[in-house]
Design a protein around this ligand. Structure first.
Ligand code: SF4
Length: 348
């Protein structure tokens, strides 16, 4: 199989999640006095679709569950409930099936130094991946695809002889060795120098276009999502709280949490700056995921919280799209009942 070969039955949606949920059981001594089994509710009922030739950004602060979503999609951890669908078919865990799945869904990790073996050369990493996936692409071709040229210069190098950006390009080249249809990139630029982040994001965008890849871009930096993504999903406390086109979500944020993220990163040029303040999500603390807040999980931090927000979890509600495609927010502010109840006050 070559890098550009595609299955005949391919659909526009390559990879999807339906009601994806992950609870991590906590250790015995942290259980309640009554011996109840407790768990960290890391991911709760996540629905998403990764489409061919599109970048979907998943944005949220540290601990929001976005990296766990990537690992669930990559089948690195089993889900508690819900399903992962590849071209509409449920993915079932099996050793044999896992390797076939890896050929179609590859992951790029945050730390390129940790993901490459320091005692092996670039040639070894790429040749091994090509052999595992029975690919007839050459290591030189892979390096050319990620703009490490001339390839002969990089093939004999060890990871410590490369810059952070070059290491991440090698990690991406290794992922491409499988000829994937979907790439799950977990904070792929957050450990790189700010001066080279843009180059790696441009590379991923170029691969999206040339190889028609479906890319999930996990990030805590909404400014880079605004720059890079076709679609943006915003994650808070294990749940997706807003979704829509990249422009719609970042220019007309509807959910109060997204508005908080945007307020923390008002400058679109932040991609070239330090985004560490965004990582902490601005004001307030994320809730405990062992005992998450009732109703809307954002209500303890939300300036618009109403009694209803404490009692009932909001569903996905449509918000005005400004002609930029579907845009929704899981927030009671966009419910017609809330609007009707608030109308007299607005008119007063
Ligand atoms: Fe705030 Fe209520 Fe909307 Fe949650 S549902 S974000 S608490 S207004």
């Amino acid at each position: 199989m070559t890098v550009t070969d595609r299955p005949a039955a391919a659909t526009d949606t390559v990879l999807a999640a339906v009601g994806l949920t992950k609870h991590f059981p906590i250790r015995r001594r942290l259980r309640t006095l009554f011996g109840q089994r407790r768990a960290v509710h890391a991911v709760e009922g996540v629905d998403l679709a990764l489409r061919r030739g599109r970048v979907t950004a998943m944005v949220g602060e540290s601990g929001s569950g976005k990296s766990t979503v990537a690992r669930l999609l990559a089948q690195l951890v089993p889900q508690t409930s819900g399903e992962v669908l590849l071209h509409g078919s449920p993915v079932r865990a099996s050793r044999r099936g896992f390797r076939a799945y890896c050929r179609r869904v590859q992951m790029v990790f945050q730390d390129p130094f940790a993901s490459l073996n320091p005692v092996h050369t670039v040639r070894y990493h790429l040749t091994r991946a090509l052999r595992i996936h029975h690919s007839d692409v050459s290591p030189e071709e892979l390096l050319t695809r990620v703009a490490l040229t001339p390839p002969e210069r990089f093939l004999p190098k060890f990871p410590h002889e490369l810059s952070g950006g070059q290491r991440q390009r090698v990690a991406i080249a290794r992922a491409l060795a499988a000829g994937p249809e979907a790439l799950l990139a977990d904070e792929p630029v957050s450990m790189l120098d700010v001066s080279i982040r843009l180059g790696v994001l441009n590379l991923l965008r170029d691969l999206r276009d040339r190889l028609d890849l479906a890319i999930l871009y996990i990030t805590h930096d909404i400014a880079s999502a605004r720059y890079f993504a076709d679609e943006v999903l915003v994650m808070y406390a294990g749940q997706v709280v807003e979704g829509g086109g990249g422009e719609a979500v970042t220019q007309h944020a509807a959910h109060p949490y997204t508005q908080l993220l945007i307020a923390s990163a008002p400058d679109p040029d932040r991609i070239l700056g330090d985004a560490s303040d965004v990582k902490d999500g601005g004001t307030g603390e994320p809730p405990s995921l062992i005992d998450p807040p009732s109703g809307c999980r954002f209500h303890p931090r939300c300036p618009h919280a109403m009694p209803r927000c404490v009692a009932e979890a909001p569903p996905r509600l449509p918000v005005e799209s400004n002609g930029e495609g579907p845009h929704w927010a899981a927030c009671w502010l966009y419910d017609t009942r809330t609007a009707a109840e608030q109308a007299p006050e607005v008119g007063a």
